[in-house]
Design a protein around this ligand. Structure first.
Ligand code: HEC
Length: 207
């Protein structure tokens, strides 16, 4: 009799020890997910950079597919229309789970893409890093403050881009761009130039 109740007591006390351990393990796991309501301070900047890269890839892929589809099926004039209406929509579609995505540049086509102070500073540093010989393909920057995480990735000019961002634009392309963007400043680029950057912001859930 006495020994049975003793082992029951032993079991109970084991559970008392295990439960807090288990809870803290679950707590650790959920704080790793950026979508949890765990404390913002628990997620490392490195982890956020990995997340941001994945978000950027998905956004860039969406833009590229739309652009190439437009160029192939109907040529650059239709593709301009695509960029004009679809680029902001694609950005809006990727605005989810706490993330905001967009593109910015020092030489803008669409004034809505204007950089804020942090973005201006990063664009400036990207230009300097490129001048110092760093490849654009892997150039990125991040920062974390006041419940937000921010990330930027350089966008190089590729071959197809000069149809609409190059030095010599075909007449109908130049005319259409000027109609849509009277203050278009995003021309005169050559392949390999720094065109601008993807810019992402993640807002951590408030406690
Ligand atoms: C068919 C024409 C066309 C081609 C080709 C094109 N773009 Fe653009 N690009 C545009 C238009 C139109 C906008 C403005 C979109 C908007 O209103 O948000 C734009 C905007 C941008 C922006 C946003 C910053 C800004 O100036 O407003 C970046 C960055 C950019 N393009 C990069 C590229 C890159 C890199 C390529 C090649 C892979 C490329 N573009 C090819 C027409 C084009």
């Amino acid at each position: 009799m006495a020994s049975r109740s003793k082992s029951a007591f032993k079991k109970a006390s084991k559970n008392e020890i295990l439960r807090p351990l288990l809870l803290s393990a679950i707590g650790l796991l959920s704080s790793v997910s950026v979508q949890s309501d765990g404390p913002a301070g628990d997620v490392s900047e490195d982890y956020m950079v990995v997340e941001a890269r994945a978000q950027t890839r998905a956004f860039a892929q969406g833009l590229k597919e739309t652009l190439m589809q437009g160029m192939k099926s109907e040529g650059p004039l239709a593709a301009i229309q695509f960029c004009n209406t679809e680029a902001p929509e694609i950005a809006a579609a990727h605005r989810k789970d706490g993330w905001e995505v967009g593109r910015t540049s020092e030489k803008l086509r669409n004034p809505n893409n204007a950089p804020d102070a942090w973005e201006s500073a990063v664009l400036e540093s990207f230009a300097q890093r490129a001048a110092a010989g760093e490849p654009l393909a892997t150039m990125e920057a991040s920062s974390r403050e006041d419940g937000t995480f921010r990330y930027m990735k350089a966008i190089p000019v590729g071959g197809p881009c000069v149809v609409c961002h190059g030095e010599q634009l075909a007449e109908p392309v130049a005319t259409r761009l000027s109609e849509l963007y009277p203050e278009d400043n995003a021309r005169g680029y050559q392949p390999g130039d720094l065109r601008g950057a993807f810019t992402l912001t993640y807002t951590f859930e408030k406690q």
